[in-house]
Design a protein around this ligand. Structure first.
Ligand SMILES: Nc1ncnc2c1ncn2[C@@H]1O[C@H](COP(=O)(O)OP(=O)(O)O)[C@@H](O)[C@H]1O
Ligand SMILES: [Mg+2]
Length: 323
């Protein structure tokens, strides 16, 4: 487990991490999302000791990440594989040698039968057995990221840290990479931290997410809780939510459907029961991992509001009046 407690960090007197506290459980795929400049990469680099923090503490299974304690840090870093937007492969080495690189770095022999088997198994895991002897320039972006993933796994890490790993890839390729990360999480039990500015990434694979803004954690929770119905103005803005486009007369009531019950004809039923019409002025359906979550906004007369809310309560539909 990773415990981040009251972490602060400044670059040249500018605070870029302001009192960050987070807990990342073993086995999770944990997302850290936010605008560019929010401090996501800095936080990730503090977690694996590439960057020092000024105050607070970061504990990995109880061991403090402390860049002055070189021996401990090296051991912690061995347990954390990392992948980046830019892949960071060595151009003169082929796929096999790129994957083997961390073993070389750690003085682990790479020509034993066990080492070869391990490297080949990882290359198979990421689906590149046909490209073992290709150089990075002969690979597509998605394939390069697959090499980087295999390389990040070669020392048997407990954690995989991903910094904008799919931001340079197109949507279809991104889906494949995310499916691979999910497989690694499920089958190898590796805890994954995903730093991204892409909502799609969080929706597809994260079980938990923290929304970072200007060096602070603005909200943390399940993606569906945070994003289908964000209470924070800033998260709405980030998602370019509905609030600018709604009618200014009457009241706007937002209905929220979790998973099951999505298909129930609530609006029609309510319209019939209350003998009035509602104007549906905004709606969306979202996939979060395996579930579908929906929300819609109804515009109605002020006088109908109370009855409508009572009806929705009786049907266990969550609602909110949008101000
Ligand atoms: N090495 C550095 N020196 C000075 N400022 C930095 C450095 N790295 C990042 N910053 C600043 O810290 C802030 C957070 O950056 P970063 O963590 O890269 O954000 P994100 O990954 O969310 O886009 C930005 O304002 C950035 O300019
Ligand atoms: Mg970044």
């Amino acid at each position: 487990m990773i415990q981040i407690q009251n972490v602060k960090k400044a670059f040249n007197n500018t605070e870029v991490l302001k009192d960050i506290s987070l807990e990342i459980e073993k086995g999770d795929i944990f997302g850290i999302i936010g605008q560019s400049g929010a401090g996501k990469s800095t936080l990730l680099r503090c977690i694996n000791g590439l960057e020092k923090y000024d105050q607070g503490s970061i504990l990995v299974d109880g061991t403090k990440v402390d860049i002055k304690d070189k021996k401990n840090l090296r051991n912690l870093q061995k347990r954390m594989g990392m992948i980046f937007q830019g892949f960071n492969l060595l151009e003169r080495l082929d796929v096999y040698a790129n994957v083997a690189l961390p073993m070389k770095f750690w003085g682990i022999p790479t020509n034993t039968p066990e080492a070869k088997e391990k490297i080949m198994n990882l290359i198979k895991l990421v689906g590149l057995e046909e490209k073992v002897h290709s150089k990075p320039r002969e690979l597509s972006g998605g394939q390069k990221q697959r090499v980087a993933i295999a390389r990040a796994l070669v020392l048997d890490p407990d954690f995989l840290l991903c910094d904008e790993a799919t931001s340079a890839l197109d949507p279809e390729i991104t889906k494949g990479i995310l499916a691979l990360l999910q497989k690694i999480n499920r089958e190898m039990g590796i805890t994954i931290i995903v730093v991204t500015h892409q909502m799609e990434v969080v929706k597809q694979i994260c079980q938990k997410v923290a929304f970072l803004s200007q060096g602070k954690v603005l909200a943390v929770g399940k993606p569906e809780q945070l994003f289908v119905w964000p209470k924070e103005r800033e998260i709405r803005d980030f998602l370019r939510e509905e609030s600018d486009k709604l009618p200014e007369t009457g009241v706007n009531l937002k209905l929220f459907f979790f998973g099951e019950g999505n298909q129930r004809p609530i609006v029609t039923m309510m319209s019939q029961e209350l003998h009035t019409d509602f104007n549906i002025c905004w709606a969306k359906l979202e996939d979060f991992r395996e579930d579908v979550y929906g929300s819609l906004v109804l515009n109605m007369d002020e006088k109908d509001l109370e009855k409508a809310c009572a009806f929705l309560d009786s049907k266990n539909v969550t609602w909110e009046v949008i101000k």
